[in-house]
Ligand binder design. Structure first.
Ligand code: PLP
Length: 337
């Protein structure tokens, strides 16, 4: 199967499994796991922050951040389609009594800063207190420009808001910009990164920030059931991901660009090539049905995500030859139907 549903489908490499098997471990709830400690300081260093904490998932890491920034009855400004709002089962509301204030993303994946400023509630007992501003980078594969981040940070500071980045794919953004990850992270108070997406680790995310924020997050992680014990086994894979799999994201970007180029030659498909900036390709259909296309591809050994539009994601476990094969199968659907 050529699996283009998501970059979460990658499997740990043989070297990663070996590192996991040989990991030096201790009880991380006691702070005794040397491999977890190494991963956390490595992540903090890469992002230019004081501290970091390993979480079970990006959902948990983002939730720890929102809970650490906001109290009950406060709110966070977030994208309508953002993972931290739409795809995390309402955790901040359920577990923190924290209200989201969603706003539509602009076509480039940013939030309009004038609309953000307008959404901030005045200090009046009718309103929830606006406390936090969240962005996502990459957002649907799109990279937020550095000058936008600077302006967004200025907005957050002006209104006294915390500033969090859901950086599940921060490294894709950094590779695309050809900048070190801290050039992006420096604008934010807290950043969540995923090891389990394009970086290819089986499990794990990290929340990075100041010592004070990470101390708060550590209490929330315990409460959320994320205090793991000999988690060095997982951290060992994470270290390999950060050491060995960041630079190669460039290949995923090239494969996505190649896929977009090939698909743009098909009259039946609509594709905005300018939006294919990292490892994701979104495609609309001029003819045929996305669900039928998905079923046809599944029968022919290619997995894709399908809904209003079709999403294909490149990653560690697909190469250019796989992409060529997937393109042929897509052509096959249109020539038969
Ligand atoms: C995948 C993802 C997360 C975290 O997801 P988990 O599956 O909980 O690790 C967070 N934000 C974005 C944008 C994501 O794509």
């Amino acid at each position: 199967m050529i699996d283009l549903r998501s970059d979460t489908v990658t499997r740990p490499t043989a070297a990663m499994r070996k590192a996991m098997a040989n990991a030096e471990v201790g009880d991380d709830v006691y702070g005794d796991d040397p491999t977890v400690n190494r991963l956390e300081s490595m992540a903090a260093g890469l992002l230019g922050k004081e501290d970091a904490i390993l979480a079970t998932s990006g959902t948990q890491s983002n939730l720890m951040a929102v809970l650490s920034h906001c109290e009950r009855g406060e709110e966070y400004i977030v994208g309508q389609q953002a993972h931290t709002y739409r795809f995390e089962a309402g955790g901040a509301a359920v577990l923190g009594s924290i209200q989201p204030q969603p706003l539509d993303f602009e076509p480039d994946g940013s939030l309009d800063l004038a609309k953000v400023a307008q959404a901030i509630k005045p200090d009046d007992f009718h309103f929830a207190r606006t406390r936090l501003f969240c962005l996502e980078n990459t957002q649907a594969g799109k990279v937020l420009p550095l000058d936008y981040l600077e302006a967004a940070e200025a907005t957050a500071r002006k209104f006294g808001l915390g500033f969090h980045l859901d950086g599940a794919r921060l490294f894709n953004a950094a590779v695309k910009l050809n900048m070190p990850p801290h050039a992006i992270a420096r604008h934010f108070d807290t950043i969540s990164i995923c090891l389990s997406k394009g970086l290819g680790a089986p499990v794990g995310s990290l929340l990075c920030g100041s010592k004070e924020m990470i101390k708060k997050a550590r209490r929330w992680r315990k409460m959320l059931g994320g205090g793991m014990r000999q988690s060095g086994i997982l951290a060992a894979a994470g270290i390999m991901a950060l050491e060995g799999h960041v630079g190669r994201l460039q290949e995923d970007h090239e494969n996505a660009s190649f896929l977009a180029e090939k698909l743009s030659e098909l009259d039946e498909l609509k594709i905005e090539r300018a939006l294919v900036q990292t490892n994701m390709v979104f495609v609309g259909l001029r003819r045929g049905d996305p669900i039928a296309l998905q079923a046809h591809l599944r029968e022919n050994g290619v997995l894709i995500n399908s809904g209003d539009s079709i999403r294909m994601v490149t990653h560690l476990d697909v190469n250019q030859q796989d992409i060529e094969e997937a393109v042929e199968k897509i052509k096959g659907y249109f020539s038969n139907g």
